[in-house]
Ligand binder design. Structure first.
Ligand SMILES: [Mg+2]
Ligand SMILES: [Zn+2]
Length: 193
């Protein structure tokens, strides 16, 4: 049965960008600001080689909030896919929620809803229990748990209350955790990678 790694986008695969208007690091607002994080491409390659489907699941409410146009969000996505292509990676599926409850009303697809993970399972016939979610927000972890995947929470902190299976500082380290888990399952013993 197929397995997937579900991936958050901003802060997981690409850098968040400082927005002086809001005093916060946020999703890029232009294609020029779209930049992959170090090790992201290499991590995805390793996961692909290990047989995982790569599925992007991302909340992108900036058009709903009036901070960007849909055309701009499309252009930012094009740039994102272009950067991945340069690293030799094509995602198997991309799921964006463009809603925000305060601006466009409630929806069924916004993380922490597991909606897109269940949709991907129905499309690809994947085993969610053998799949993983990687993200840098609690909503990513809650989404993965609601769908039954294991979850890796990306954080620089050593401890957290967030109920993830593993913590990792970045997606590259997260990929190492998944590969090590695969190796343990395959051989019944712990190996270092
Ligand atoms: Mg994120
Ligand atoms: Zn939605």
């Amino acid at each position: 049965m197929k397995r997937a790694v579900f991936l958050d986008r901003d802060g997981t695969l690409n850098r968040n960008i400082w927005n002086p208007d809001t005093n916060a690091f946020e999703s890029p607002l232009t294609p020029e600001h779209m930049e992959l994080l170090p090790g992201a491409g290499a991590a995805l390659k390793l996961l692909r080689q290990a047989g995982f489907l790569l599925v992007l699941v991302s909340n992108q409410p900036n058009a709903a909030k009036g901070k960007a146009t849909m055309q701009m969000l499309d252009a930012i996505h094009e740039r994102f896919e272009g950067l991945l292509r340069e690293e030799g990676i094509a995602l198997d599926a991309v799921y964006y929620c463009f809603h925000h409850p305060d601006f466009s009303g409630p929806c069924e697809c916004r993380k922490p809803s597991p909606y897109f993970l269940l949709k991907a399972r129905n499309r690809f016939g994947m085993d969610l229990v053998a799949s993983w979610m990687i993200g840098d927000r609690i909503s990513d972890v809650q989404c993965g748990r609601a769908a039954g995947t294991r979850c890796i929470f990306l954080t620089q902190e050593k401890g957290t209350d967030i109920p993830a299976d593993y913590l990792a500082p970045d997606v590259w380290s997260g990929a190492q955790i998944i590969l090590e888990d695969q190796a343990v399952r395959a051989t019944g013993r712990r190996v270092s990678i």
